[in-house]
Design a protein around this ligand. Sequence first.
Ligand code: GDP
Length: 466
Amino acid sequence: GSVDDGKSTLIGRLLWDTTDLYDDQRAQIAGESAGGVAATPDFSRLLDGLLAEREQGITIDIAWRYFDTPARRIVVIDSPGHEQYTRNMASGASHADVAIVLVDARHGIKPQTRRHAAILELMGVRRVVLAVNKMDLAAYDAARFQSIADEFGELAVRLGFAHHLAIPVVATTGENVARRSQNMEWYSGPILAESLDAAEARHANLTHSFRMPVQIVLRDGADFRGLAGSITAGRVRVGDEIVSVVSGRSAHVTRLATFDGDLESAETGMAIVIGLDRDLDIARGDVLAIEPPPAADEIVARLVWLSETPFHREARYLIRTASDLVTLEHAEVTGRIDLHTLDVGPSAGANVNDIVVARLSLSRPAALEQFASARDTGSFLLIDGLSGATLAAGVAITASRRAVAEVRRPTSHRTTYLLTREALARGLCRDLGQGPADQAEFERRTEELVRILEAAGIVVERPGGC
Ligand code: GDP
């Protein structure tokens, strides 16, 4: 929601009505409202800590709040929707099973609402609830609600959300939040708390085939070599044949080790160490999988541009996948999503908060696949090769392997950095003399610099003994 739509009040209300808050929290909220004679407690106070952070301009990530209903544990990820928090919103959405989009009944769906919906879709959220708040200020008018619900319905169908629902609510009084409103008897659909209880968790789906990005390779000093990571999709059992996506080679699982002992099978969300019956020469960045598509080096992606620094064709970019970091050989923006029509129009650039379509060529194949079939191994961050800053979050629409002939692109357009001994002696190494120790240090710094530049995708030429 936008500023003042009632996000804090709604979340506070939900916590107040559905959970056992600590007494001091209750006292604080009730007592501080108008000196204790409060008609309506100020529920947004429950979130005051977070608001204070925002006001001070501290970079907050996303705030998590837990509560239990009779049916399940719910985690509320509070990620405000104003433009400057787009990155938080995208980050929050990437964890969510259900999104609640809030609008003020008096204002209805705004361009921002459309942008939020498009980001939710981009981040793979398939269930969206539109909370039409402040119905009291819209005279509890059924027709007003219906026109907003219809507009949202069209948007939801357009974006392909699997489940969408609009609910008329009053956050301050809690109507249709955790109890049904007497003032809106014309509404017979589920109220907010019911809709959350009924929602299916995104990760409950274990029908996807197994994926585990390798975070680290563990050795016990003797024979055991284990591949550690968290399972991002599906399930694996001892004896299964699994494939290293990067090399395409396969082996059988001999052990599934955890901190609490060995298992016969493990599934999505678990952190495990996998032992294999043969050495596949796997490193961090690889993904272990059952029946995966091959590693890809050509990605068509959708990106939400998070940085104030716009896209630049000639810039050096890297992408960070679940556990890998790969330089891009070429990046090109081909279109931009118009947030009014949600159509993709032509565009060669990307500015902050834009959602664009881009074609990305990786310098080597990596374990990246279509987001539609595997969220965690189909999404990535776009990183500035020089500053290391995160510029965009992306999902792969298609991921493929270039034909071999295409891989050898002419490199003439690439920036080559000429690293001379003189330049180093004048700058980075000017404190060093001619003695053997200083010369060794000279070499060390040179190598370090070359490594950094090359990691950023810059070709380094070193003429005459540098
Ligand atoms: P946020 O900026 O989206 O977190 O909005 P707040 O929760 O701080 O609410 C902004 C203002 O709207 C506060 O004064 C709330 O009391 C008021 N408000 C929130 N929900 C409702 C509602 O359903 N009805 C009415 N009348 N006021 C509301």
